[in-house]
Design a protein around this ligand. Structure first.
Ligand code: NDP
Length: 298
């Protein structure tokens, strides 16, 4: 049976380090790490994410600000808010919860965020830095950064000689995951909906990262014996066994099948999910250190 990679425990360690680092910066320079989270509209899943980001920021000792704007907020008003936050020296990280309502140009808003406060790592400057190996001064998107930390726990930092397959090529998960694995010397293939014979390709992977958004798509017999499996997927499916109308969360990997073959695997929930918020906190405190002219310790 595969080792279960405990993302909750690793995330708690990261948060503890962030809290210590934030306290140390405040004690030395008086700078309190500030994180602003912006949400537009009423999407219930987004509201849950924003609330938990705010709670975690407080746990880390941050100055945490939430801007909850109504669904019909104009693009100009959102632009004005981002510009205010860019100029506010008390704010070191700006996170705009996606998706934004359809009438707002998401790309324009993301590119307006000061790259030095872009703790989501979605600005072209940060994407370019990651793509060219300037990882030390970049902000790396939180989900792939957290996934890498979990891989590191099992295999170490140097993935020389390892074959990795990333299933999914989104800008927020698949592509940055590719860059991080490549930077760690893995030999990486990125698969997507047009890939031929995905099961055979997955079977070549020493490290398999699933970021597809399709519940339990990746089966046990797609997995190379002993592989490290990172399941990024978060899918809600009906769970009639829990009662009428009940649901449960599953990943993109069929956990029960995969667990019998893999060497190590992340569960859903409790794997990559908690790492994403932890890495957001880590990026925020790093930003505060940089703003204060101090060397970030995390
Ligand atoms: P996207 O929908 O943006 O991308 C999905 C990718 O999967 C696309 O590249 C798509 O290919 C590919 N794909 C879809 N169907 C197939 C298929 N049948 N075979 C092979 N590839 C396929 O999703 P995200 O990257 O944003 O998210 C992926 C998953 O991760 C989701 O479940 C999401 O909820 C979860 N997630 C979890 C986070 C966390 O904190 N743990 C954070 C972010 C996301 P193509 O490009 O060809 O369309």
């Amino acid at each position: 049976m595969a080792e279960r990679i405990d993302g909750k425990a690793v995330a708690a360690e990261v948060v503890e380090k962030v809290r210590t680092a934030a306290d140390a910066l405040r004690a030395k320079t008086g700078v309190q790490t500030g994180l602003a989270v912006v949400i537009v509209g009423e999407d219930p899943a987004s509201q849950v994410y924003v609330a938990s980001k705010g709670r975690k920021a407080k746990e880390c000792g941050f100055h945490s600000v939430e801007h909850a704007l109504p669904e019909d907020t104009s693009e100009d008003d959102l632009v004005a808010l981002i510009e205010r936050l860019n100029a506010d020296p008390a704010i070191h990280g700006i996170l705009v919860q996606l998706p934004l309502p359809k009438h707002i140009d998401e790309g324009r808003i993301i590119q307006l965020i000061d790259p030095d406060k872009d703790v989501d790592g979605f600005h072209f400057i940060n994407v370019g830095k990651l793509g060219t190996g300037e990882v030390a001064t970049a902000f790396v998107p939180c989900t792939p950064a957290g996934s890498m930390l979990l891989i590191e726990r099992v295999l170490g930092r140097d993935l020389s000689g390892k074959t990795a397959v990333v299933v999914g090529r989104s800008n927020i998960v698949g592509k940055p995951m590719f860059n991080l694995l490549l930077a760690a010397n893995a030999t990486v293939t990125v698969a997507h909906s047009r890939t031929a014979d995905l099961p055979a390709l997955c079977r070549t992977a020493d490290i398999l990262v699933a970021a597809v958004g399709r519940p339990q798509m990746i089966k046990g017999d797609w997995i190379k014996p002993g592989a490290v499996v990172i399941d990024v997927g978060i899918n809600r499916i009906p769970a009639p066994e829990r009662g009428e109308g009940k649901t449960r969360l599953v990943g993109d990997v069929d956990f029960d099948g995969a667990e019998k073959v893999a060497g190590a695997i992340t569960p859903v929930p409790g794997g990559v999910g908690p790492m994403t918020i932890a890495m957001l906190m880590a990026n925020s405190v790093v930003s505060a250190y940089r703003a204060a002219g101090e060397e970030p310790p995390v």
